[in-house]
Design a protein around this ligand. Structure first.
Ligand SMILES: [Zn+2]
Ligand SMILES: [Zn+2]
Length: 214
């Protein structure tokens, strides 16, 4: 199992390429602006079949490059939580006008809590983790101890909850839930460097302030 990351766009957002090298299967997790080209190039060069574009939520900075993915891999399915689909159908920022246009589209399918996504022999469990956005989801690979945390939890920070779609009580609940994962779990977030559950439990000031560390 291999994970490539690339960061880009106005909000410095992370996009990931998750690969099962043995089965040549792959998935892109979030598609920030100007991040997918090099990830898709890796996939093409190695003959990995990108089966999915998995979106943690519908904020524009996480889905700007969706069409790049499906242009290079037309069979790739775009999957997200149903509650986030309106932001893919009508992409943009509620705060300011983007200096570029994101083409609208529908999701190819929906992911809900408890669903499993298979990428070759890799299994991602879907955790519905609202708070930053109603339909925010995380992807958890228990076997390899990796959590794709989107904008729920970041190194030294947590997701914004002051936007229209935010809800602090739901965010606290979602944080409590992922903090129950083993300390050694690698946390790969939508913004910032990789971290671990243990490190965030011990050092994240927002987690301390919110009293979500049970
Ligand atoms: Zn977001
Ligand atoms: Zn974001």
């Amino acid at each position: 199992m291999k994970i490539h990351v690339n960061t880009g766009g106005l909000a410095e957002t992370n996009g990931y390429l998750l690969v099962d090298e043995q089965h040549k299967a792959a998935a892109i997790i979030d598609a920030p602006q100007d991040t997918t080209e090099s990830l898709l190039e890796i996939a093409r060069t190695h003959g990995y079949d990108v089966k999915y574009l998995l979106l943690t939520h519908g904020h524009w900075d996480h889905l700007s490059d969706h069409e790049e993915v499906t242009t290079v891999f037309p069979k790739a399915k775009v999957l997200m939580h149903k509650l986030e689909e309106p932001r893919l159908q009508n992409p943009g920022s509620s705060l300011f006008e983007l200096p570029y246009t994101i083409p609208p589209r529908n999701a190819d399918g929906y992911l809900a809590d408890g669903d499993k996504v298979h990428v070759g022999s890799i299994t991602l469990a879907v955790l519905h983790t609202p708070g930053h956005a109603e339909g925010h989801i995380c992807f958890y690979d228990a076997e390899h101890a990796v959590l794709f945390a989107g904008d729920l939890l970041m190194a030294g920070s947590v997701g914004r909850y002051d936007l229209a779609e935010g809800n602090v009580e739901l965010l606290k609940k979602s944080l409590k839930r992922v903090l129950l994962l083993p300390d050694a779990t690698h946390v790969l977030s939508g913004h910032g460097p990789a971290t671990t559950i243990g490190r965030e439990r011990a050092n994240n000031p927002f987690i301390r302030e919110m009293h979500v560390n049970t």
